[in-house]
Design a protein around this ligand. Structure first.
Ligand SMILES: [Zn+2]
Ligand SMILES: [Zn+2]
Length: 454
């Protein structure tokens, strides 16, 4: 009875289920947000009918037979009827999950910004799945300036998570005061707050349509200059003697924006690989210089390092350029490209427009062949890969696994995967042991070396 929920932690199950599209790197990098913990209700004894019939919908949702108020962080009782005409966010969260703490901090900022606006009509109600009253009090009082359902009211909390189909936390459901149809209920409040922050208020469908229109326009107007410069800075850093390179001098090149950080574990594997492929691409371009196409490639490090020391040390191993540490452009780019996990490689074409946000997986799949990362190039490579796969054996023995591996493709049991050998993303052709959920890139298969009897 102490726990409201039965928890299945997706993180720990990942290792045993590598066919989990592109999520492996995410949990290591705490900026990841959508990794919800799956919850399933226990104690599913028949729900008592809500007997309170009230004048407005908030009472029917948040009141109980014995209670017509909510708690404030000071312990004061706030009447539910005070919520009338307000937009209300129902916030499902718990102290024991780090993603909830991260999100609560952000939500706190956004909440305060909204409350500071003139005529704002907004409230949040915390629905806790903390393990006990102490944990609830600590979490609530340290992170949340808004209201809460009393911790002891299991019935109401259960009814809310059932009504809104809550499958993971953190979860923020947003209700409009004067709109009763289901379409006005937003289920992805967490996503919206991460994406738009305070701009998302008042969370109506009209507002969200407007925001997504604005975003689209911004991407259409995108140039290298408006991406990488601001009124304080119009350069990136280089290792060479002239330490600053103007952004305008990079126009006309294919540019990779490399989102990474020294603290990010998956980057430790990917960065050296990217360095070697970058050098090969540069080499290939120099060799082709004769054919008069003035193409060129550059990578710019967009750092999420914790401090300048880490930034300097990590940048020192990279052969390319970097945005200066602490340049606000880095944060803006992360938001603009909606970067969910690092390392991440966004490719911009010579015209400054986005070619692909999947640079990392293209590098993993095709290495230096991936350049210049365009749709046409990828199509060609895919065809080539299908062609090459015809010559691959349908069954392989791999020294990293004790069962036979079957050749699979996207069409027959394959899909995005995390290679169990190199830990990188994969797509398309792969060798797979379906029983173990073991899967590797075709190029990662290593022959089984016979045990020598010496
Ligand atoms: Zn691999
Ligand atoms: Zn196996």
């Amino acid at each position: 009875m102490s726990n409201l929920y039965n928890i299945i932690d997706l993180h720990s199950s990942l290792e045993f289920y590598p066919r989990f599209p592109f999520r492996y790197s995410s949990p290591c990098c705490s900026r990841e947000r959508k990794m919800s913990v799956q919850l399933s209700l226990i104690n599913t004894t028949s729900e008592p009918e809500m007997t309170v019939v009230n004048r407005h919908k908030y009472s029917s949702l948040f009141a109980s037979d014995h209670r017509d108020f909510l708690l404030s962080p000071t312990g004061a009782q706030i009447m539910i009827s005070d919520l009338e005409h307000k937009t209300v966010g129902i916030y499902f969260s718990a102290n024991w999950y780090p993603q909830c703490q991260t999100f609560s901090k952000l939500l706190n900022q956004v909440y305060n910004q909204i409350q500071a606006r003139k005529d704002s009509k907004f409230e949040i109600i915390f629905v806790s799945s903390d393990e006990d009253l102490n944990a609830f009090n600590n979490f609530y009082q340290s992170y949340m300036p808004w209201l809460a359902i009393p911790f002891s009211d299991l019935e109401t909390k259960k009814a809310l998570s059932k009504k809104f189909d809550v499958e993971g936390i953190p979860c923020l459901i947003i209700l409009q005061p004067d709109d009763d149809d289901d379409e006005s209920v937003l289920h992805d409040g967490v996503e919206l707050i991460y994406r738009y922050g305070v701009e998302a208020y008042p969370f109506t469908n009209e507002r969200l349509d407007e925001l997504s229109r604005q975003e689209k326009e911004k991407h259409e107007r995108q140039t290298l200059l408006n991406l990488l410069t601001n009124h304080d800075s119009d350069f990136v850093l280089a290792h060479s003697a002239c330490k600053e390179v103007s952004v305008s001098s990079l126009m006309g090149k294919t540019i990779g924006l490399y989102f990474s950080a020294q603290w990010c574990h998956p980057s430790h594997k990917f960065t050296p690989k990217l360095i070697s492929i970058y050098q090969k691409i540069k080499q290939n371009i120099t060799q082709q210089e004769s054919n008069e196409e003035q193409e060129d490639f550059e990578i710019i490090y967009v750092s999420s390092d914790h401090n300048e020391l880490e930034f300097n040390s990590y940048f020192s191993v990279m052969p390319w350029l970097a945005l200066p540490f602490g340049d606000p452009t880095s944060k803006n780019l992360t938001k603009y490209f909606d970067i969910r996990g690092i390392p991440s490689l966004v490719i911009l074409g010579p015209d400054g427009k986005t070619v692909t946000k999947n640079g990392r997986s293209l590098i993993n799949l095709y290495e230096e062949e991936a350049y210049p990362f365009t749709e046409a190039r990828v199509e060609l490579l895919e065809k080539q890969m299908d062609e090459d796969a015809k010559n691959l054996p349908s069954v392989e023995l791999h020294s990293g696994h004790h069962h036979e591996l079957m050749l699979v493709s996207q069409g027959n049991g394959g899909g995005p995967f995390i290679c169990c050998d190199c830990d990188e993303q994969g797509l398309g052709w792969a060798y797979q042991c379906i029983d173990c959920g073991y899967e590797v890139h075709t190029k990662c298969v290593r022959p089984v070396v016979p045990v020598s009897s010496a």
